[in-house]
Design a protein around this ligand. Structure first.
Ligand SMILES: [Zn+2]
Length: 124
């Protein structure tokens, strides 16, 4: 007995082998399910407000990076993206995140130093 597989095909024309949902297609190939999930994210109270609050603190390019990675994960799951490319994207994304972290830390230290300097001048 063979395992059920997604009824859709990959970009290269070969059959998709990802685990299907009730529709017979995998998450990445089931347009309706993807739309429903996106609607659910928009409509959902708790998750929406939490992720929106979290996203507010992210620079725009980091938000774009996040959605690009999510898209790549779905594509890879459906067999449309080489896992090696997804892995390379993950490595590069990690480096970008570290650069942002360093920049943010530098900015905070600078602000603290400036505040301490002001404190010396005005205080005591
Ligand atoms: Zn599929």
């Amino acid at each position: 007995m063979t395992m059920p597989a997604c009824q859709s095909t990959r970009r290269d024309g070969t059959p998709c082998r990802a685990t299907p949902t009730a529709s017979g297609m995998c998450f990445a190939h089931d347009e309706q399910l993807r739309q429903k999930t996106a609607e659910g994210r928009r409509a959902g109270g708790h998750n929406r407000s939490n992720s929106r609050r979290a996203a507010k603190h992210l620079p725009a390019d980091m938000r774009a990076l996040g959605s690009q990675l999510m898209e790549a994960i779905h594509e890879c799951h459906a067999g449309d993206l080489d896992p090696k490319r997804l892995s390379a994207m993950g490595t590069a994304a990690g480096a970008v995140v570290r650069i942002h972290e360093v920049a943010e830390t530098e900015q905070r230290i600078h602000a603290l130093e400036a505040a301490a300097h002001d404190g010396k001048r005005w205080g005591a």
